[in-house]
Design a binder for this molecule. Structure first.
Ligand code: GCB
Length: 588
């Protein structure tokens, strides 16, 4: 599959888009491949796209299925598409996909949560129905990102095991679209911005596929209201926009998330042959040993670790849910979250751009515990693909190259030096971090990072019940990392589980009171640290409760959310809201 030039499908006067979302035939049994419509290995042999398949059925064998499943549907291609290039684009398939059209394989892709496209012009027909079959496989091994292991249980059943703390949902979990481009088309657009004295400097670079000398270009920059602020004719350029409106994070400006558009037009013999409009924001990040700034102003991150997770649909894209989530993020006054522990849907990222929510954009590398060249290659591939997808997003302010890998073993040193060098070879405009779990004296990776990310569970996994030890211990740990590496430090995770409605006084673990009391002690240490410019933010774990694998430490899943899984507030949400709004008013 193609994973660069991965611009989202966009309908325009030169391009068509048709959705393939809806109900697809589905089976876990390859015997039905020639007659999937009669498959009876499950309840109903129809599966919604987009969705994870695991929780759609009451059937445990589907929830815990390991190995391939098949999705199939039919579609027509309009006759008016003849003569154009026809493409198919998947927002994500977890974990790997093989796509065939009318019996011919057109694409394969590995690593979930990332988009891929394939040209299918010569496989589709215009006279009859077309059949698409997608084989989806959820198996994780020691060289997939993330890692997992397949075991055979005493019953003979195959089980996927993994150490990461969220359910290994699988399926076609983001939209599938067909779209057209002309023969010569805009394949990619790259935009970088800088700010100086009220001006925005926009550097863009276009990739035009199958270009020829008779083709000329027009590049327009439009402001949010659609007024043309600039016009050029070059495929690559740096242009100045005077009195630009900068992209600011939520609550740092009355008008956060201001987006411009770069509109590209390809013209041949006075005729428009292709056009694509790329949104972008004008902002510049600066970072050094002591600070992290946006447009020259220090930013303090107040936010969450999150998950794409909800009842029934698992990680499937769900528009009501994502709007609800952003409403809650605004309500609570947060300005940031980390896409723990994998890239989130593009629809979610678009809203972050437009609302001014800063994103720590994380690859799917979570809990890596053994290193190999093959793993390294896949890990770097996930970063490359994430970069291609998200490079133009103003909301992405930090790349996270891993969550809680084993950074204690000496082999991690060489491995992360390469991972870090790889993302730096693609992008030097954004700082990089890693959410760390080990002690500073055992760590081998901080030297390669711009920002140290720390996940800490004082008074929960460590010293449970000892809320009065949090302040001293957290200060000591954070200052220890600072002294070792002399770099900005960010608390990427802290928190406690609570079951909504469980009230216990004096506070006791799992109660809402305990979660609140624990937060209060963390806040004390953060307030002490905030006096230093190098302590750049706090992100509670987690925004909402989420499903995990079965584990005696989990009650229907991880309950560290300040919201429940169906996005209602626990008492912690009101407490956090008070703090985040106070921070916003004080700092900005
Ligand atoms: C962590 C992990 C996160 C878990 C969390 C927990 O450190 O990064 O994935 O969910 O702890 O609650 O255990």
């Amino acid at each position: 599959a193609k994973t660069d030039g991965i611009l989202p499908a966009q309908a325009s006067v030169t391009r068509n888009v048709a959705s393939l979302d809806g109900l697809w035939y589905f089976t876990t049994n390859s015997d039905y491949l020639n007659n999937i419509e009669s498959a009876d290995d499950l309840d109903i042999n129809l599966m919604p796209v987009p969705s994870s398949y695991n929780d759609i059925s009451p059937n445990v064998s589907l929830r815990d299925h390991v190995g391939p499943v098949w999705y199939q549907r039919k579609f027509y291609v309009p006759a008016s598409w003849q003569g154009k290039k026809i493409w198919i684009r998947f927002g994500s398939v977890c974990y790997s996909a093989k796509v065939s059209i009318n019996g011919e394989q057109v694409a394969s892709h590995e690593i979930g949560h990332l988009p891929f496209v394939a040209e299918i012009s010569s496989q589709v027909n215009f006279i009859d129905e077309n059949v698409i079959l997608v084989e989806v496989n959820n198996i994780l091994t020691s060289t997939t990102v993330p890692q997992g292991e397949v075991e055979t249980l005493i019953s003979g059943r195959i089980k996927q095991t993994y150490t990461f703390d969220f359910f290994n949902y699988a399926g076609i979990d983001r939209p599938v679209v067909l779209y057209t481009t002309p023969e010569t088309y805009i394949d990619d657009i790259k935009i970088n911005t800088k700010v100086q004295n009220g001006s925005g400097y926009v550097t863009y670079n276009l990739t035009i596929a199958n270009s020829e000398p008779s083709i000329s270009l027009k590049v327009l920059i439009l402001d949010k209201s659609g007024n043309i602020v600039l016009e050029t004719e070059n495929a690559a350029d740096t242009v100045e926009i005077e009195n630009a409106t900068f992209w600011w994070p939520y609550l740092m400006d009355p008008n956060p998330g201001y987006m411009y558009k770069l509109k590209v037009q390809l013209i041949k013999n006075n005729e428009l042959i292709d056009t694509y409009t790329q949104p972008f924001g004008i902002r510049e990040l600066t970072f050094d040993d002591d600070t992290f700034k946006i447009n020259g102003e220090s930013v303090y991150l107040r936010g969450f670790g999150r998950h794409e997770d909800s009842d029934i649909r698992g990680k499937g894209l769900d528009l009501p849910l994502i709007i609800r989530d952003y409403n809650l993020i605004k309500w609570i006054g947060a300005n940031c979250y980390r896409t723990s522990h994998y890239p989130y849907a593009e629809e979610i990222m678009d809203l972050a751009d437009e609302l001014g929510i800063m994103i720590i954009d994380e690859v799917p590398a979570v809990n890596t515990d053994s290193y190999s060249d093959e793993l390294l290659e896949n890990h770097m591939k996930s970063l490359t693909e994430l970069y291609h997808r998200d490079k133009n997003r103003p909301s992405v302010v930090i790349w996270s190259i891993a969550n809680e890998p084993n950074t204690e073993v000496s082999t991690s040193e060489d491995y992360y030096s390469r991972v870090a060098a790889h993302i730096k070879s693609l992008d030097r405009t954004r700082p990089i971090t890693l959410a760390n779990f080990y002690d500073f004296d055992a760590d081998h990776t901080g030297q390669f990072l711009d920002i140290i990310g720390l996940n800490r569970y004082q008074a929960w996994y460590n010293n449970v019940g000892e809320i009065d030890g949090i302040y001293t211990r957290i200060l000591a740990e954070i200052v220890g990392w600072r002294l070792k590496y002399n770099k900005p430090v960010l608390m990427t995770e802290y928190g406690a589980d609570s079951v909504e409605g469980l009230s216990i006084l004096p506070s006791f673990i799992w109660s809402e009171e305990y979660q609140n009391d624990l937060m209060a002690e963390y806040f004390k240490s953060f307030d002490e640290l905030r006096t230093k410019s190098w302590f750049i933010g706090e992100m509670i774990w987690n925004f909402a409760d989420f499903k995990t694998d079965q584990d005696i430490r989990r009650v229907g899943g991880n309950r560290k959310g300040v919201f429940t899984r169906n996005r209602q507030p626990k008492t912690a949400a009101f407490y956090l809201r008070k703090r985040y709004w106070a921070l916003a008013n004080q700092l900005n």
